[in-house]
Design a protein around this ligand. Structure first.
Ligand code: URA
Length: 195
């Protein structure tokens, strides 16, 4: 099996064994999409209505904004991997509950372990707070956080605002675009072993 096939198998296995009350309300599981060999892994919060309907992460308005930002750094979806902390849509798009994040955590850990991205990019506070306790987004956005995750060892996390939150907030939008454009430089520094 190549890495792509392994990832598909992993997602099939977790889809079958996952236990969460959200399975009773969502239309389908949104496991993640993209490149199993990606250097960059983007992690959002949970699927919304459009994602629930299509089975793909970030296909609604936040996803379109994300695509535009990827284009500014010459990346396409096929170059990265995108998933969410919670892989079923919470009813009425409410915030994921701590226990829901816990239910889906082993699946996310297995995905990161297999893909081995050089950089984990968290989108929004809910995503970041699964890795870092009580983050203050206005302080940590656009910075690299090195975390020791029991399941993974040392991970470099790049904290970004959530594209849905930034979409209609001029200041936050500009900040997110600026932070996003730093990704290639950060990756280059990681590859040179400088960070
Ligand atoms: N917001 C998220 O956090 N994830 C998605 O997949 C879509 C919107």
């Amino acid at each position: 099996m190549n890495k792509e096939e392994e990832l598909q198998q992993l997602n099939r296995d977790f889809s079958q064994k996952i236990k969460s009350p959200l399975l009773g309300t969502c239309k389908q599981i949104v496991a993640g999409t993209g490149n199993a060999e990606a250097d960059i892994m983007l992690i959002g919060e949970a699927p919304g209505k459009k994602e629930d309907e299509t089975g793909e992460p970030f296909v609604g308005s936040a996803g379109k904004f994300l695509d535009q930002m990827l284009e500014t750094i010459s990346l396409k979806r096929k170059d990265i991997y995108i998933t969410n902390i919670v892989k079923c849509r919470p009813p009425n798009n409410r915030d994921p509950l701590p226990e829901e994040k816990e239910e889906f955590w082993p699946w996310l850990m297995a995905q990161i372990k297999l893909i081995k991205p050089k950089l984990v990019v968290t989108l929004g506070r809910h995503s970041l707070s699964s890795f870092v306790a009580d983050p203050i987004m206005s302080r940590v956005h656009g910075t690299i956080l090195r975390k020791n995750i029991p399941e993974l060892g040392r991970v470099r996390i790049y904290a970004l605002y959530h594209p849905a939150a930034a979409l209609y907030n001029g200041g936050m939008r500009e900040t997110l675009i600026k932070d996003f454009k730093k990704i290639p430089k950060i990756l280059a520094l990681i590859e040179k072993g400088e960070i």
